[in-house]
Design a protein around this ligand. Sequence first.
Ligand code: SF4
Length: 451
Amino acid sequence: MEIRKIVLIHPGREGRIFGKATAVPYTLMRLASLVPDDIEVEVWDENWEYLDNKIRTLGKHDLVGITSKTLAIETAERYARIAHESGVQTVVVGGAHATLLPEDVARWADVVVTGEAYYTWPQIIKDFQNDTLKPHYNDTEWADLTGVAPLTDRVIAQVDEKRRYWTPLIEITRGCPRNCSFCTAIRVSGQKMRFRPVEEVVEEIERRRIDRFFLTDDNFGLAFAIDPDYTEKLFLALAKLPLRGWTTQAEMMVAKYPELLKLAKRAHLDKFFIGFESVNPENRRELGGKSKGMMKQYQEAIDAIHQHGLGVVGLFVFGFDADTPKVMWDTWEFAKNSGLDSMSATILTPYPGTPFREQLVQENRLIPGKSWRYYDTAHVTYYPRQMTVEEFEREYDRVCRAIYHPFRIAQRGLRALSRHPIPRMPAKVFGSFSTDYGYRRTFAWRHAFSS
Ligand code: SF4
């Protein structure tokens, strides 16, 4: 069939904050860049604009792709329905939820894509043109990241990220060899850590003209241990760029690499988002080996990273089987005294495809009737082992009100700001407060709809 246009849709519920959407739909930008030059392609993001009416302008000769986060999957389904009603014949759905639970998506999508799609997406476009589409495409290999889907200038221009988005995203590594029981990332990106060539990373930053960014990497910090030479080369290259700052997810063992931390600072790294996850050592089995619930070790890592002028955002999850309400308050006590620059406190969520969910299914502990929109790390979706659902929710609300009180956000933000030399401070104000503000918004979803 002849293609008129390809539209890639990102369903999202965050919307705009102070006139801009939060993070660019980076994966869709990469997939849009694989579309041959002679076919029109657009990326549509619900966080930027209302999409229902735009979707109604599509028709038979348009190929529609929708990405699928679990919490937004019901919106994705609604978009597919609107597209079909408008005459679209082919709605392709890929992304995390489609990969983790393809049968759920196959109920309403014409084509389900599992895996990373960098190899299958070009094939889908060809098959659409040749009327040979199959209902399921599976990307069976973890793509070597060399030369994979570089962003094209037309996609960069079409998405207009400087005007529309607060946070540019970029990928440097993918995959994580850890095995946390609740993690979806490794079930989507694999456990082999893969690296983009440094030259490609630098070229992309320069061509997009971005001067700050957040990495999409699952656990960039492991690059310190797995390939220190690569990490050093990367930092030396980034140090030469006129960057205002960048941030990434990591794990606390980066603290054991003082030389690389020194280089990271020179490379304009602002802060690490570190998944400590729990302050309860009895949960260590679930934490995949990256942390052991030991507060003393956490403190040593935070102090070591701070000594290099780098910030630490602490990520914590509540609701493991050994957790009681006390864990939430122990976490808050630790965080208050630890000097963390920001903190995230979320509710453990049994995403599809994870060992944690399998365990809950076997033990009949999923709360019936919880639709996927509750899978947002701010709602309780299962029966905890050591507390009632009501207890869990009540104490979570109380502790989050303490954590995200404006005074505490200001306190942590000022602390983060003080890590920068005075001449750099004006450029760092936004980043020093925006992380906690974002987490406060995530928490606010607890009360956006009833649980
Ligand atoms: S360390 Fe992070 S990315 Fe790796 S398995 Fe654990 S949660 Fe997933």
